[in-house]
Design a protein around this ligand. Sequence first.
Ligand SMILES: [Zn+2]
Ligand SMILES: [Zn+2]
Length: 388
Amino acid sequence: MIMKAAVMTGVGRPLEILAVDLAEPKANEVLVKIVATGVCHSDLNALNDEKTPTPTILGHEGAGIVAAVGPNVSKVKVGDKVALSWVPYCGTCEFCVTGAVHLCESAFGPMFAGTLLDGTCRLSKEGEKVYHNSLLSTFAEFAVVPEMSCVKLPDEMPLAQASLIGCGVATGYGAAVHAAKVTPGSTVAVFGIGGVGVNAIQGARIAGASKIIACDVKPANLEIAKKFGATHTVNVAEDNVEAVLKALTNGFGVHFAIDCSGHTGATETAWKSVRKGGTVVAVGAFNPTMSLSIPAGGFHRVGKILKGSFYGDTQPFRDFPAIAQLYLDGKFMLDELVLDRINLDDINKAFDAFHDCSCINVGRSVIELSEQVAANVIDEYEEFEVVS
Ligand SMILES: [Zn+2]
Ligand SMILES: [Zn+2]
């Protein structure tokens, strides 16, 4: 099938709207008609990364409609609305069988190689290979993705909002609900109010926290944090965070601190700011060359827990439908995260916005594409359909 896609042709260059060939889905793969896709800061990082294989189609936050399925696909059927996860998992390795599917290693080799799980590509242009990104490549009219990336959502779920679930939303929500395991009535500090931080606030709110304290250097981010459920804010650049958090918690410190900032200094402050028996979750991506410095006395007699979290300990097939249902029930804010809706042809405007310091860094520009699947595509892929 020939489709329109925004192609990364070289490091740092504007994406080019080109016709790209997409092969049929193989076993355990799904052809998805992309209807909405968020433009994430990680896409900008990939665009500027010398290690990104090119040409490639970026985009790892997507939602759409299943257009065809390859052999052995059982989780979705043609016509299902799906949100995509960029962390597919095997389901059989030592990590998966104990429930830690977010730590499955099956996706990372293919992810860095720019292929699908079997090490090959379905994308090409005039016979030349075009690489996948995050096993999804959603900046296109269609994508062939692993079945394990494809999570069915309720039919009434709007797809622009659904497209955001699979990245910062799930990571932040999961960091609070699954990694920290925030309890009703507890106090929670969230460090770093961006695309992950606001959703950690939402997760803490839904988990029933009594106080949610947003900590950031930008006053604008702190104002946004209040809209998403923060009960208090601390400007890290101006105030002594540890002192403020202790003052808000009868001198004990917070029960949970969730550091979404990726700065080791914030994690160190978080460690000092949790009470005895409290938990710090570090979900932001640190520079791997950095080291943490925390007083060792917090472990033995004080009983604090320091936990790393990748992808918010998310289990996509458990958490994506749960988040969608919370949204549909009016309990989870996703509309507010859709900052802008643009066409695929204008995708470079969304990348330009990352360089504009006045732009809000909470939420996304969402690319919207037609929901219509051309009749010739249906015919072309019919033999692969499994209609239950
Ligand atoms: Zn993302
Ligand atoms: Zn696995």
